[in-house]
Design a protein around this ligand. Structure first.
Ligand SMILES: [Zn+2]
Length: 111
């Protein structure tokens, strides 16, 4: 199975999923900023995914880690939709890094 340009992101997720950051989410103040929180559960990410066309039921379902969620997504989404999701996550990821390093974040609607 290949993810083309998203292979890097996929690998990064595998790696980062095992790291549990013991710090607050800088965006919403949640107690722990885990990867699944940063990419899916944080209100900002949730807004991005929602605008990206992901159904609320798949966003609201809770997962312990990001890979579990993405593997679940692979079962329900077709190849094209999965590629779109990875692109959305990639943008969300970059957006998050911009927020941390530059202290600013674009409005979710602009992503
Ligand atoms: Zn958050």
């Amino acid at each position: 199975m290949g993810f083309g340009p998203h292979r890097f992101l996929w690998k990064a997720i595998w790696k980062l999923d095992t790291i549990h950051k013991i710090r607050e989410c800088p965006r919403c103040g949640a107690e722990y900023e885990t990867l699944i929180h940063a990419l899916k559960d944080c209100p900002t990410s949730w807004a991005i995914l929602s605008i990206g066309g992901l159904e609320n039921s798949t966003i609201l379902k809770e997962y312990n880690c990001c890979i579990d969620w993405l593997e679940d997504m692979m079962r329900v989404l077709d190849k094209r939709a999965m590629a779109d999701l990875m692109t959305t996550l990639w943008n969300s990821w970059n957006n998050k890094n911009n927020f941390i390093f530059r202290g600013k974040e674009d409005e979710a609607q602009l992503v």
